[in-house]
Design a protein around this ligand. Structure first.
Ligand SMILES: NC(=O)c1ccc[n+]([C@@H]2O[C@H](COP(=O)([O-])OP(=O)(O)OC[C@H]3O[C@@H](n4cnc5c(N)ncnc54)[C@H](O)[C@@H]3O)[C@@H](O)[C@H]2O)c1
Ligand SMILES: O=C(O)C(=O)C[C@]1(C(=O)O)C=C[C@@H](O)C=C1
Length: 354
């Protein structure tokens, strides 16, 4: 973390601000917590993300409030302190435009955006390891000083992330594609479930859970994010509208065949372009499904047995419908490790499917 010595003032002790505080606390950096809602600052302090009262001037201020308020808080913090100021907002053009209207010198301000989060909000959803291995975008503007950029890089690295530098405009185009459009698609898909009869919902499996997890995100926060990035999103939504029209036409035909296959095949090609964990290139993983009894200690036993096979579990999913005596754990491993994993688990009494 080299140049980062603290104190770091976090304005907005919600999910992201408190997670930053917890991550910095691991390194002993002094963190000051400020929030418009005193209960959130108190809660964040109680879980160890920092203190509400720090007497020393901050070296760095991190603004982690909802996007509509970010510009004003940046300007306020630049005026009140000599610190470098960054923000964590999910869009970067609007905070910069808003701050420019309120502050004449923005050389101490550099935007940034940790690409990790959750559908939950508030300090109680925070985690010290939220940013470990995540990508953290840094978006300098034309008058950001190199020292300020360097300090923000140190912050991201201190939180366990790897940094990527890109322009404000490019950032907003990128997140429209990889974050904001997926959020809208998830919300639209989940919205069709509102009036679904329970007899339909009881058939829900992992597919619908995967697609709708992020739909649970805070509608107020997402309205601000999506509205602030409307230009970039509009083009993508028009593309989706055209694709949907193609699907509808294909479904209306007696033989939907080729047209439909081409839409679905394009999805396969897009999905394999999503990088794997820690920003590494996507690798095709093989899944090994294991039936797991609903008893305490079974997951720990499964992980021990998986480790004994020598396979590294790259990812996992748990499908456990309440009321069922067993659940299903999907272990995802690199091709080549699956045979040994299956063999070891079967030998140790697990019911394994491929
Ligand atoms: N949720 C995510 O997954 C995620 C991921 C990366 C970045 N972000 C960005 O991080 C920022 C915070 O999001 P969050 O998910 O932590 O939200 P959150 O609702 O959990 O926390 C926001 C906090 O800011 C406080 N606040 C609001 N206005 C304020 C003001 N003017 N001054 C001081 N405090 C104020 C609120 O009381 C709340 O405690 C947003 O800009 C969001 O776009 C969110
Ligand atoms: O994992 C999630 O819950 C998220 O949606 C996190 C996510 C994302 O789209 O990747 C959401 C918004 C942020 O601005 C950054 C990260």
């Amino acid at each position: 973390m080299s140049g980062l010595r603290g104190p770091v003032r976090v304005v907005g002790a919600g999910l992201i601000g408190t997670s930053i505080g917890l991550a910095l606390a691991r390194l002993g950096v002094v963190v000051e917590l400020v929030d418009a809602n005193p209960d959130n600052a108190l809660m964040a302090e109680r879980i160890g993300a920092g203190s509400r009262l720090v007497q020393i001037e901050p070296q760095l201020v991190v603004v982690a409030v909802p996007p509509d308020h970010v510009g004003a808080v940046i300007a306020e913090q630049l005026a009140q302190t000599d610190a470098v100021v960054t923000d964590a907002a999910s869009v970067k053009s609007k905070p910069l435009t808003d701050a420019r209207l309120l502050a004449s010198d923005l050389s101490r301000y550099v935007g940034s955006h940790p690409m990790a989060g959750s559908e939950r909000n508030g300090p109680l959803a925070a985690r010290a390891d939220l940013f470990d291995g995540a990508t953290w975008a840094i978006t300098p503007h034309s008058s950001s000083s190199p020292e300020a950029v360097e300090l923000v890089r140190c912050l991201a690295e201190a939180c366990g992330a790897r940094t990527v530098e890109l322009s404000v405009e490019d950032h907003d185009l990128a997140v429209a594609r990889v974050s904001h459009l997926p959020q809208l698609m998830s919300s639209l898909a989940a919205g069709t479930l509102v009036d679904a009869p329970n007899s339909h919902l009881q058939l829900s499996g992992q597919g619908v859970r995967d697609v709708t997890r992020i739909a649970a995100g805070d509608p107020g926060l997402w309205t601000q994010i999506v509205s602030a990035n409307s230009a970039a999103l509009t083009g993508l939504l028009e593309q989706i509208r055209d694709e949907l029209d193609r699907v509808l036409v294909a479904l209306g035909k007696e033989e939907a065949g080729d047209e439909l296959t081409s839409v679905l095949a394009r999805g396969v090609s897009g999905a394999i372009r999503v990088p794997g964990k820690h920003g590494t290139p996507h690798i095709e993983l093989v899944s090994v499904l294991v039936t797991i009894p609903d008893r305490p200690g079974q997951l720990a036993r499964l992980f021990n047995d998986a480790a004994a096979s020598g396979a590294n579990v790259e990812d996992l999913r748990i499908d456990h419908s309440p009321g069922r005596p067993v659940g299903e754990v999907e272990l995802l491993v690199k091709p080549g490790s699956d045979d040994q994993l299956t063999e070891t688990l079967t030998a140790r009494g697990w019911v394994v499917h491929r």
